[in-house]
Write a protein that binds this ligand. Structure first.
Ligand SMILES: C[S@@+](CC[C@H](N)C(=O)[O-])C[C@H]1O[C@@H](n2cnc3c(N)ncnc32)[C@H](O)[C@@H]1O
Length: 214
């Protein structure tokens, strides 16, 4: 599992950058402050970074521009093709996903992603976080920006609101994918051995940052 939503990105890839720029009314609030969210991840990251689900390469580009070494992973062939156009020609984008990916060629100090972690179920998220902890040294970080909700009620409310606004694609998306409840995510990070903090970036997106304890 974990790759069950890939077909969506095959269809979405060619106009994905229009969405992140806020040109689609349904997803405008989800991508509000997108470039600021990416900037925040870059600022919090160390110098040796693995990035999951790079999409069209927007975060990768910023990480590289800040002089960081990046090991980029993306399961969608279409997205990899688009990202390749945006990134320096020597950058290799690896086929992999949040659970199965090639071994990084350097010791990592940070693992990042934006708008990706909700593709795993909560059980898968817990297992993946333990794997990430094994790949980091003490003080190493996992920094994930993603849509998440403070409670099941908050998620249900957003689905109702989206349907009222006739944002049917957004409502279906919120019902279909594995958007995490924040208390659950905090527990999963803790169980995997991370000290954790969280910050809200817009109506939907939060940045969760875990620092490996030992
Ligand atoms: C909403 S896009 C986010 C792209 C990019 N990170 C950004 O912030 O613009 C989600 C990306 O995650 C990828 N993806 C889907 N399932 C995945 C998985 N299980 N593991 C890693 N990436 C996945 C998709 O192909 C897509 O490129």
């Amino acid at each position: 599992m974990g790759r069950e939503f890939l077909d969506i990105f095959t269809d979405w890839s060619s106009d994905y950058d229009d969405f992140v720029e806020g040109n689609d009314p349904e997803y405008k609030a989800v991508f509000e402050g997108y470039s600021n969210i990416l900037k925040e991840i870059v600022q919090r990251s160390g110098m040796s970074v693995l990035e999951f689900g790079i999409g069209t390469g927007n975060l990768t580009k910023q990480l590289l521009s800040s002089g960081k070494w990046v090991f980029p992973i993306e399961p969608s062939k279409e997205m990899r093709k688009l990202a390749k156009k945006k990134l320096p020609s020597e950058v290799i984008i690896y086929d992999g996903d949040l659970q199965n990916y090639p071994n990084p060629t350097k010791q990592l100090d940070t693992i990042v992603s934006s708008y990706v972690f909700h593709h795993l179920t909560d059980t898968e998220k817990g297992m993946a976080l333990k794997k990430y902890a094994d790949q980091l040294e003490k003080g190493g970080k996992v920094i994930f920006a993603d849509t998440m909700f403070e409670s099941q009620e908050a998620l249900n409310q957003k689905i109702i609101q989206a349907r009222e606004q006739q944002f049917y694609a957004l409502a279906d998306d919120l019902e279909r994918e594995y958007y995490t409840l924040i208390p659950t995510l905090l527990t999963l990070f803790d169980l995997a051995g991370f000290n954790v903090s969280i910050e809200q970036m817009n109506e939907y997106v939060w940045i969760i940052e875990g620092e490996k304890r030992a």
